[in-house]
Every structure is written in C-alpha cells, then in structure tokens.
Design a protein around this ligand. Structure first.
Ligand code: 5GP
Length: 181
C-alpha cells in the first residue's frame, strides 16, 4: 500500500463534484442485482471481483443477488499511482473456474485493457460461461473489444474516485463517486 502524502494526493474530497450520489448507486446496484439474479436463475453464479477497485461494488451487489453464488477475487493492476493507465496489466490469482458460470465484477471500464486481459485469462480455464459487469463505463473512443453485459452508469471521460475507486490508494472509502478533475 502506498504511504505517499505528497501535495498532489492531499485533496479535500468534500469540495469535489459529486458525480453519482450514494443513493443513486444503491438504486442502480439493486436493479443490477435483480437483473443478474433473473438471468442466472437455476444456476450457481461465480462472481470474480477485480481488486482493489471492485471490493465495495461486489460486496453491495452480492447482497442484491438472490440466487446461490460463490465469491472470489483476483488482483489486477495497471495504474501505479497515476491518473493515466500504464498500459501494462498484471494479474494475480489462483482461481479454478472450469465449468463454472462466471461473472467478472469490475469497478470501471475505461480503456477496457484490464477487462480484456482478465476475460482472456479466465477463458483459458474453460468456464461454462463468462460475462462482465462494471459499475462505471467511461465514454471514450477506441475501447478494447470486450463485451460488458451489465453496466451501472455511463460517465464522461473524467477521473473519478470513491466507492472503491482510488487515487494513489486514497478515497476508496468515500460513499459516492466524485470527480478529481
Ligand atoms: P482500463 O484497463 O479499463 O483502462 O482501466 C481499468 C482500471 O483502471 C480500473 O479497474 C480502475 O482501477 C482504473 N481506472 C480507470 N479509470 C479510472 C478512474 O477514473 N478513476 C480511478 N480511480 N481508477 C480508474
């Protein structure tokens, strides 16, 4: 974990624009949970959260899903304390998803590089099915070719934090989505 306390990371988050309030998030997460439960009725769902950013979203989402599920995580990183992707994705996990119905849960679908990498990696394990769910989808051109079946909110190309999303490991605990730029 970074312990950086340089002026760039010392931001008064209460003064930053709230893009999506916590009540809007709760409502949308409840809708997604319903939709996912209906789509996977009669099956056991394996939710794979992409750490670190998806930990709060997954925790809330799973409590809105009313079918049997198993929950696991993998670690993906590409930003390394920056606001712009390094373009390199590293993954860490010891999952075994052969024959399972898998839903990858991501915080934000930006360039899509991370999700594409994760999906390709997990597909090699030959799951029965694999889909993706992202709380946020940034509307930017030239996204990686990956289908995200469940999307919470489409947002403009701005750097956001809160509800699990960080800047240099800060602000994950903020209950809403705020803009840093
Ligand atoms: P992608 O590979 O789609 O470009 O980026 C995916 C990862 O980058 C996300 O899982 C997230 O951790 C990080 N990311 C992308 N955009 C943002 C943003 O606006 N704010 C924060 N905090 N992280 C972002």
């Amino acid at each position: 974990m970074s312990t950086d306390s340089s002026p760039e990371t010392e931001i008064d988050i209460s003064k930053k624009e709230i893009l999506i309030s916590s009540s809007e998030i709760n409502q949308r997460v409840a809708q997604l949970g319903k939709e996912i439960s209906a789509d996977y009725q009669g099956r056991e769902l394996h939710l794979v959260g992409v750490l670190n950013g998806a930990f709060i979203f997954l925790a809330d989402l799973v409590r809105q899903i009313n079918i049997p599920c198993q929950i696991c995580f993998l670690q993906a990183s590409s930003y390394k304390d920056q606001k712009v992707s390094s373009g390199e994705v590293t993954l860490m996990h010891n999952l075994d998803l052969r024959g399972k119905d898998v839903l990858v849960v991501e915080d934000i679908f930006d360039t899509g590089l991370t999700l594409k990498y994760v999906m390709e990696d997990l597909l090699r394990q030959k799951p029965n099915s694999i889909e993706a769910c992202s709380l946020l989808n940034k509307k930017i051109p030239n996204k990686a070719e990956v289908t995200v079946k469940y999307i919470g909110f489409d947002i403009e190309d701005r750097f956001v934090v809160g509800y699990g999303l960080d800047f240099a490991e800060r602000y994950r605990e903020v209950p809403h989505i705020a803009c840093l730029d």
